[in-house]
Design a protein around this ligand. Structure first.
Ligand SMILES: Cc1cc2nc3c(=O)[nH]c(=O)nc-3n(C[C@H](O)[C@H](O)[C@H](O)COP(=O)(O)OP(=O)(O)OC[C@H]3O[C@@H](n4cnc5c(N)ncnc54)[C@H](O)[C@@H]3O)c2cc1C
Length: 494
């Protein structure tokens, strides 16, 4: 059997819905393929924390987020106004603002609403459909799938890969055999650029005190544990680690963390995600792909790594990159050009017009720098850094000028260090003061490089013919940054 559409979107998650809905609203004939059943659609492992649904920059396109935002079965806790960082061993609690109107959601209900809205916009949805091949003829021309146990070929002008982090489609497309004027620009990510994460939902006997905050705590080897309250008694708890670090037994480690907490005594596990060997779910912890475009093919969401490279939050990135892919596909079909150049608008819009991909790419420098620091030094640094500096790092401020000089940064750290409550930090963690001061200097250097990356990504090429030159400059900046951090070749992320 074969079916023909303008656009085939693989994936019924957030990126897939935003992409399919946008392309359909722009007049394309769109099919969306999802391996799960209609009833299970939208069900996915997630911490469920998301930025305000009311900001159209976060969630552009035809999906009516304002209407979904009114749905109390989706936006179950819209009172979140801050992120707290707890390092309990050091008796440290830091509080940072989280943008107004942010939420902990019911991800399944959210996923279901998105799928409904996408169908209402005219998208043909095929559930129980597992894509297991890609067809090509100089460009990607469609996909092959098993649909309810029967093989089906879906032909189209553009395939949008919204199959999530570590998308299998990227193993199926031989990018170097497609017709491009030079080397293909599409960047295939490496598995060490991903993390593995696990979550449960637990119900406590009594309300927790932090129902209006999302909580993060340090975990060995560049990971973190979270408590994200859906309500005062229903908490999404989970943890994740980066795959370039030794694996952590996720379920046991989570149990060990929560079993001694007074507020979780007698808590009931309401929901677990994953069974058997399939416990951890993949999450992109890298910068967005250098290019998300190939002839007849676009990647969005987890498949394009539009995730925050430090926190792993990717709902918003999946929404705006899905929108961008749907828009670029429809425009290219209208122009009759689905070549790499014809689809380039996806890269251009994300990096230049919308600009959020450029910010994510720049912030990845913090991930690189933090990975190079021993975890206890990182904890000491986080404990001793004034909150203002932490805000600059995880916040949205772009101007490097706003970041203090190394001297005032070190003074702030010193002030916290001499304050009586922090005096034991170095001893507790067994780290030397000089190591922490060196990492303060490394942090300041990194902030300066973040500013350079931001500037470079603002000049992302509008046309693929300028991509090679831009990439050379970017790779050169990587080299200078890695040299400044004195990273060995094995420690270099890209
Ligand atoms: C444990 C965990 C906690 C997280 N917590 C947060 C958080 O609190 N806040 C936040 O913003 N982000 C969080 N994230 C990240 C966020 O969930 C992802 O960035 C986001 O889901 C990416 O959306 P997506 O649409 O790109 O991919 P996905 O949501 O992964 O959707 C991909 C879809 O494609 C389907 N699919 C895959 N392969 C095929 C195939 N071959 N054939 C057919 N269908 C296929 C899948 O079934 C799935 O439905 C978390 C991730 C994890 C793993």
């Amino acid at each position: 059997m074969n079916e023909t559409y303008d656009v085939v979107v693989v994936g019924g998650g957030i990126a897939g819905c935003f992409a399919a809905a946008t392309a359909a609203a722009k007049g394309a004939d769109v099919a969306q393929l999802e391996r799960k059943s209609r009833e299970r659609g939208g069900y996915i492992a997630c911490g469920d924390a998301m930025k305000s649904p009311r900001d159209p920059k976060n969630y552009p396109g035809p999906i009516d987020m304002a209407a979904i935002a009114e749905d109390r079965s989706v936006f179950v806790n819209d009172g979140i106004d801050r992120i707290e960082w707890w390092d309990e061993e050091l008796d440290v609690r830091k509080s940072l603002p989280y943008s107004n109107g942010s939420n902990v959601i019911d991800r399944y209900e959210f996923g279901q609403r998105l799928l409904e809205e996408t169908a209402e916009l005219g998208v043909t949805q095929h559930y129980d459909t597992v894509v297991n091949g890609v067809t090509r003829n100089g460009r990607v021309t469609g996909v092959e799938a098993m649909c309810d146990g029967k093989p089906v070929r879906y032909d189209c002008s553009v395939v949008i890969d919204a199959a999530g982090a570590q998308s299998l489609l990227q193993d199926m497309v031989p990018f170097d055999t497609l017709d491009t004027p030079g080397e293909p620009t599409f960047e295939v990510p490496h598995y060490t650029h991903f993390g593995s994460a696990y979550r449960e939902i637990i119900e406590t006997e009594k309300p927790v005190a932090y129902h209006d905050a999302i909580i993060g705590k340090p975990l060995e080897e560049m990971g973190y544990i979270w408590y994200f309250p859906r309500s005062p008694t229903l908490i999404n708890v989970g943890l994740g680690f980066q795959m370039n670090k030794p694996a952590i037994p996720l379920v046991d480690r989570l149990r060990r963390d929560i079993e001694d907490r007074p507020e979780y005594q007698n808590a009931r596990v309401v929901e677990k995600f994953g069974t058997g060997n399939k416990i951890g779910s993949s999450i992109a912890l890298r910068r967005p792909l250098d290019s998300m475009v190939a002839p007849g093919y676009l990647a969005a969401g987890g498949a394009a790594a539009t995730t925050h490279p430090i926190t792993g939050k990717g709902i918003r990135g999946a929404a705006f990159s899905g929108y961008s892919a749907g828009r670029a596909a429809a425009l290219a079909i209208e122009d009759g050009d689905v070549s790499e150049a014809g689809l380039w608008e996806h890269n251009r819009w994300l990096y230049r017009d919308h600009g959020e991909a450029a910010k994510l790419a720049a912030w990845d420098a913090y991930n690189v720098a933090a990975s190079a620091i021993e975890v206890n030094v990182l904890r000491a640094l986080t404990a001793l850094l004034p909150e203002q500096e932490l805000r600059e790092i995880v916040g949205t401020k772009r101007e490097a000028d706003g970041f203090r000089s190394t001297l005032s940064l070190a003074t702030g750290v010193l002030r916290n260090f001499v304050s009586e409550s922090r005096a034991g930090t170095f001893e507790t963690l067994g780290v030397g003061r000089s190591e922490v001061y060196e990492s303060v200097i490394g942090l300041k250097k990194t902030r300066d490089y973040v500013a350079e990356y931001e500037q470079l990504y603002e000049g992302y090429p509008s046309d693929p013919s300028d991509f090679d030159g831009w990439l050379r400059d970017r790779n050169h900046l990587d080299e200078r940054f890695y040299d400044a951090l004195e990273l060995s070749s094995a420690e270099r992320k890209y």
